[in-house]
Design a protein around this ligand. Structure first.
Ligand code: HPA
Length: 276
């Protein structure tokens, strides 16, 4: 387990290296999930730093994850875009998964926009929809990114998650999505540890407890962003329908649908950032 001192050390290593390399501060962090890369094309004056060149960073092992940080501007905002994230199913602690969020905060980011690929559970969701995350169900409770923190360097570990997703950002995402005629919906995201997909009974359970979409990420990062006092927004790209009739679900299918919806996601993120 990563204790406070180790975590502080990793975050400082990465933040110092990036501050030295980039020499600027940033105000928005974007995290791109599986198969989602198009947003990077909307950024200008970008610089690319592979995670492997950032000391203190884990390296993503999942196919479809680029594993690099892209820095640049969107509108008048300076943006850190993390293309590729870390998951507990890769063997990382929740605290390790969230190092990029803490580094983004250390570099000045006060707003974090998280994206992911997810299975649609609610009846109104279609393949390729962008589900604006209004709230989440944390089913990764065996490992919190705050477990083992022994001091308040990053804020209280008793983080208030009652309004984890900023209501004004949810509103803004909805209005940008509607104005641009994007396939948007909104709902509750449930995170399971994966990497196996859900059984039929698990999908029935998820529906019964109020999940609209299911995935394997984002929740640890959202907890940490809340601890750090950041304004949080989230979007799930519905890459498959996790219904009882789902048959041929595979990681390849998830990536293929993500690729189709990726342009819409990029438009939504850009529109939201320009309006901030
Ligand atoms: N279940 C869990 N995680 C996912 C899914 C799913 O159906 N699709 C993309 N990530």
């Amino acid at each position: 387990m990563m204790d406070s001192n180790h975590l502080k050390h990793q975050v400082k290593l990465a933040a110092d290296e990036l501050a030295g390399k980039l020499g600027e501060t940033y105000d928005i962090a974007v995290v791109l999930g599986s198969g989602l890369v198009n947003f990077v094309n909307k950024m200008s004056s970008e610089r690319v730093i592979p995670y492997a060149e950032i000391p203190g960073f884990p390296v993503s092992t999942v196919q479809g994850h680029a594993s690099k940080l892209i820095v640049g501007t969107v509108g008048h905002h300076r943006v850190l875009c993390f293309a590729g994230r870390f998951h507990s199913y890769e063997g990382y602690d929740a605290a390790e998964i969230t190092v990029p969020v803490r580094v983004a905060r250390a570099l000045g980011a006060q707003t974090a926009l998280f994206t992911n690929a997810a299975g649609g559970i609610a009846d109104n969701l279609h393949l390729g929809d962008l589900m604006i995350i209004e709230d989440h169900l944390n089913l990764l409770t065996s490992d919190s990114p705050l477990r083992g923190l022994s001091d308040e360097l990053f804020g209280s570990k008793f983080v208030n998650m009652y309004s984890a997703y900023d209501a004004a950002l949810v509103c803004l995402m909805n209005s940008v999505g509607k104005a641009r005629s994007l396939p948007i919906a909104s709902g509750v995201y449930a995170a399971l540890s994966g990497p196996q997909f859900e059984t039929k009974a698990e999908i029935r359970m998820l529906k019964a407890i109020g999940a609209d979409a299911v995935g394997m990420s984002t929740v640890p990062e959202v907890i940490v962003a809340n601890q750090e006092g950041m304004r949080v927004g989230g979007v799930s790209v519905i890459t498959d329908l996790a219904t009882e009739t789902a048959t041929a679900l595979s990681h390849q299918q998830v990536l293929a649908t993500a690729q189709k919806a990726d342009g819409f996601l990029a438009e939504l993120l850009t529109g939201v950032i320009e309006a901030l």
